[in-house]
Write a protein that binds this ligand. Structure first.
Ligand code: B12
Ligand code: SF4
Length: 449
């Protein structure tokens, strides 16, 4: 079967990120199939580029990776659903091939997206097992679709004359030590300007923060990879993409489980790893030994989902930590020399404006290396106009409040207001040779707002 793997993502803020998930799905699909990557990230006109690619390839199956539903406060609210609908329409116009959707964006609301975007199939969650099973069921030794085999595929959604049929998840997740390595030589050379690569050391987050969609995508049970396999993949990435200057560890939270994170750091140290990296960290389970190992292993910064500066809101979000934990993490980072950047999400559901102010007071007092202030966007705003209107009005009030206080803490980024966060600033920093999450370099640079 000839398969076109289409990466639909066009977001280039804060960086253009290589389509790691789609590459994993591709490498897990048996090589007896003819596999082609079509990356729309840099195409001047995505629909035109897709139409041209399909015209040339004439694939039997089109698999579209959908990473983001919305840009979550990066330069305001723009949702991507109309864009993805236009991709599905472009496939229909150019080819009779069935369309499969998958990816983290799709996984957040699969049934709604099956209805809205009308692909033939959708797979939510990880695709390494389900997608090859779907290919096998569609091909069925050349005899046509085998619906019994379709029924057995975990988390498969499909359109039938009677409506959308959704299979339950299989219950078992991929063993991370059987992961087929992604072929990064396929990555478009235009990602080289960003010079950042992604690496995953495990999947699954055991915590239960109430708004979080990550466990929907990767599950709750932590599935770790052998540290040596992780570091092997990092070295291989440098061979395949020698322009790489920075890695982002894309685990939901790198330091949990702590033992695994420490083992990965020790492996990096033992193998004299030299390329800087950044990860997400959580105040829980964050100890001095981890901070020291991470520093020695090349950690250039940690992003912490601190979320709120008030204990009531932290509790309501079920974060499991308090503002004291955040302070302790910050102290350790300062002591060992790791720049820390805390993300705060303001105006979550049920939060008062006084609590938003309290978080800002907390941040000014904490004085971390960096901070990113987001204003809560509900994924369902892209489907519910009433909810969107209500939330847009609230966001505007919070933005005014932040604007009024913006001089109190010059390092913070407020993406929605383009404070220390806009394409022009990022381009200037990148072109002066700076790579990695740009908050690491933005401290002291002049706000462009
Ligand atoms: C790390 C991360 C980042 C890092 C990336 C750093 C880097 N250099 O790669 C940074 C901080 C830059 C970032 C930024 C953004 N991110 Co982000 N990010 C993540 C995170 C934690 C991991 C992504 C990842 O690489 N996973 C590893 C790969 C292997 O997994 P995967 O892509 O999901 O692929 C698997 C499956 O989805 C599936 N699959 C993937 N493609 C396909 C295709 C088909 C056909 C099939 C069948 C299956 C399939 O199989 C894959 C392998 O199992 C996820 C949350 C999460 N836990 O998933 C959010 C997440 C992807 N981000 C999200 C968003 C919104 C963004 C931003 C728009 C802004 C923001 N505020 O977060 C920007 C956009 C950046 C861009 N250029 O696209 C959302 C997307 C969904 C949504 N709500 O719209 C997520 C899910 C978090 C969330 N809020 O729910 N992000
Ligand atoms: S720690 Fe992070 S990934 Fe885990 S549930 Fe909370 S917000 Fe989600």
């Amino acid at each position: 079967m000839k398969i076109a793997f289409v990466s639909g993502n066009r977001e280039q803020l804060p960086d253009a990120v290589t389509p790691l998930g789609l590459l994993y799905v591709m490498s897990s699909t048996p090589d007896c199939h003819e596999k082609h990557l079509v990356d729309l990230c840099f195409a001047p006109d995505a629909v035109q580029a897709l139409t041209a690619a399909l015209g040339e390839l004439q694939p039997d199956l089109v698999a579209i990776g959908m990473r983001n539903i919305q840009n979550n406060d990066y330069s305001g609210l723009s949702d991507n659903l109309d864009y993805y609908a236009s991709l599905v329409r472009a496939v229909r116009a150019a080819s009779p091939a069935p369309v499969v959707l998958g990816g983290s964006g799709f996984s957040v609301m699969p049934v709604e997206l099956m209805r809205r975007l009308e692909p033939d199939y959708g797979i939510d969650g990880e695709g390494e097992v389900a997608f090859p099973q779907l290919v096998a069921a569609l091909e069925n030794d050349g005899t046509g679709i085998d619906s019994t085999r379709l029924d057995a595929i975990g988390a498969l959604h499909r359109r039938t004359p009677d409506g959308i049929v959704s299979n339950p998840r299989s219950g078992s997740f991929l063993d991370m030590n059987t992961l087929a390595l992604p072929d990064r030589t396929l990555v478009d050379a235009r990602y080289d300007e960003y010079a950042i690569e992604s690496i995953q050391t495990k999947r699954g987050c055991p915590l239960r923060c109430d708004y979080c969609t990550y466990p929907i995508i990767e599950g709750r049970v932590g599935r770790v990879r052998e540290p040596s396999a992780v570091v092997d993949e990092m070295f291989r990435t440098l061979e395949e993409r020698p322009e790489t200057r920075h890695f982002f560890i894309v685990d939901s939270v790198f330091n949990l489980p702590t033992l695994h994170a420490k083992k990965v750091c020790r492996e990096l140290i033992a193998r004299d790893w030299q390329v800087p990296w950044t990860c997400y960290a959580n105040p829980l389970g964050f100890d001095r030994e981890f901070a020291e190992l991470a520093r020695e292993a090349g950690c250039a910064g940690m992003e912490i989902g601190s979320d709120s500066g008030t204990n009531r809101v932290l509790k309501k979000m079920r974060k499991g930590f308090t503002t004291d934990h955040i302070r302790r993490l910050h102290e350790l980072c300062v002591e060992v020399g790791i720049p820390d950047c805390h993300t705060f999400i303001l105006a979550t559901v049920g939060e008062t404006l006084a609590e938003v102010e309290e978080t800002v007071d907390f941040l000014v007092d904490l004085d971390p290396f960096g901070a990113i202030l987001m204003i809560w966007i509900d994924d369902y705003e892209s489907l519910d106009p009433e909810l969107r209107a209500e939330r847009v009005a609230l966001r505007s009030t919070v933005e005014q409040m932040l604007l009024a206080r913006k001089d109190e803490y010059p390092q913070w980024s407020i993406p929605a207001l383009k404070v220390n966060f806009d394409e022009r600033l990022f381009r200037i920093l990148r072109r002066s040779g700076l790579h990695g999450p740009l908050w690491q370099h933005a401290r002291g640079s002049v706000s462009t707002s």
